[in-house]
Write a protein that binds this ligand. Structure first.
Ligand code: GDP
Ligand code: IMO
Ligand code: MG
Length: 415
């Protein structure tokens, strides 16, 4: 059986965690394939909140196996901290031995680089994601499998510190002593060794045995290293293609692709965001949508739905359908706007240019509605909200298959 895929369509935080958790109840395996603990996926079940960063959002289904694939950058401290909230993870959580380690010095380099960039800072999460992926590409990284031999890994990292001394000095970063590092690595090994394995083989076996597999994307298409708003992006392939390299599966292994979009747009960090609203509407979206980052607590920038960016992302990812999230957040607006084209140099275009710095959105305005919160059937949505869904389908050229009307697992319309 093919694996189904969930991918973020905007700038992350679309509500992937909620949908993966909701769907995971029917899957045998949930896999992460890229990103790291920059991700913050929120799940609410019966009024209890869970915030996941590295553990896949299938963890609340006691029967699902959760895989952290080779394409993820793994911060041992972060995953150990996250694991504490769950019991009996052994046998339900597996970490690829090929996943690259995101170690404390990566976060320090990330933060130092951002400080030096000043006004041009990317606004990263400061979690070391870029430097950890840079080491992987430079072939100077270390992998989760190496944690199984802490003494050998410690010697290799000390050698890395020596070779990169000048860089650490420029960034004014203190590196740990050999004894401190060894004790840290031994602790990681003690806590993580039972979970580290060859997950490639494991995923293949599950595919061959016709198990139901759900692939959970992190971040969103507009943050993709190639196709996003470079350089204001993250350092991994966030598009559906990234799931192949990040897990060791091939394109033919992927079945249904569901793109997750909010009914409006948000972005956290710097970089272009054409439909950002700097006025009352943006502030109101932020307030009604509780738009504060799950990982860093930063206020998210807010604006209207961008149908042009959605169409672009849907094509890039091969979306079979969209899950339209947070429709309830638009409740109470007299009018809602959708970006249906851009203006660039006085000309109207209906596609996403490579550089989004100088585009001006062209909007169409639609009638608002009052009360969609908690709706569980399409017929229960106010008529204007039903119309809004149809407009999004039409301009994005992708059908809407799921609508979400509150953070709770069951406040979801499956069409
Ligand atoms: P992710 O990174 O894509 O998993 O999304 P986040 O968890 O970072 O952000 C989405 C936020 O919206 C979380 O606080 C969710 O609990 C919340 N959320 C998800 N779906 C809905 C919805 O349909 N309505 C409302 N009001 N909140 C939602
Ligand atoms: P989830 O999975 C929203 C953003 C950061 C910054 C840029 C680069 O919860 O949707 P990084 O630390 O990755 O080098 O930062 O990417 N960013 C996210 N924004 N949701 C996320 O993840 C994000 N992960 C990274 O704010 O702009
Ligand atoms: Mg998030």
């Amino acid at each position: 059986m093919k694996a189904d895929l969930i991918v973020g369509i905007q700038w992350g935080d679309e509500g992937k965690g909620k949908i993966v958790d909701r769907l995971a109840q029917e899957y045998d395996m949930v896999c992460r394939s890229q990103g790291g603990h920059n991700a913050g996926h929120t799940i609410w079940v019966d009024g209890v909140k869970f915030a996941l960063h590295l553990i896949p959002s299938g963890v609340l289904n006691p029967h699902a196996i959760n895989v952290v694939g080779n394409g993820v950058v793994l911060c041992p401290e972060a995953i150990i901290k996250e694991m504490v909230q769950f019991e009996n993870l052994e046998g339900r959580l597996f970490i690829s031995d090929k996943a690259h380690l995101n170690l404390p010095y990566h976060a320090l380099i990330d933060q130092a680089k951002e400080r030096l960039k000043g006004e041009k800072a990317i606004g990263t999460t400061g979690k070391g994601i870029g430097p950890a992926y840079a080491d992987k590409i430079n072939r100077t990284g270390f992998r989760a499998g190496e944690l199984l031999n802490p003494t050998k890994l410690c010697a290799a990292i000390i050698e890395y510190f020596k070779q990169n001394r000048d860089i650490f000095d420029i960034y004014e970063i203190d590196t740990p002593s050999e004894a401190e590092l060894l004790s840290q690595l031994e602790e990681y090994e003690a806590k993580l060794a039972p979970f580290i394995t060859d997950t490639t083989q494991m995923v293949w076996n599950a595919l061959d045995a016709d198990k139901r597999i759900l692939l959970e994307g992190a971040q969103g298409t507009m943050l993709d290293i190639d196709h996003g708003t470079y350089p204001y992006v993250t350092s991994s392939a966030t598009v559906s293609a990234g799931a192949c390299t990040g897990l060791g599966i091939n394109p033919k292994d992927i079945g249904k692709v569901t793109g997750i979009v909010k009914a409006y747009c948000t972005r956290v960090g710097n970089g272009p965001f054409p439909t950002e609203d700097f006025g009352e509407d943006g502030a109101r979206l932020g307030k009604q949508g509780h738009e504060f980052g799950t990982t860093t607590g930063r206020a998210r920038r807010c604006g209207w739905f961008d149908a042009i960016a959605t169409r672009y992302a849907s094509r890039l990812n091969g979306c079979d359908e969209l899950a339209l999230m947070k429709l309830d957040v638009l409740d109470g607006f007299d009018e809602v706007k959708v970006c249906v084209a851009y203006e660039v140099d006085g000309k109207e275009i209906d596609y996403l240019p490579s550089n989004l710095e100088d585009v001006t959105p062209i909007y169409k305005t639609f009638k608002g509605w009052d009360n969609s919160v908690g709706a569980r059937r399409f017929e229960d949505l106010p008529l204007a909200a039903q119309e809004y869904v149809k407009v999004i389908e039409e301009i994005s050229k992708t059908k809407v298959g799921i609508i979400s009307t509150s953070p709770e697992r069951d406040d979801t319309i499956i069409l």
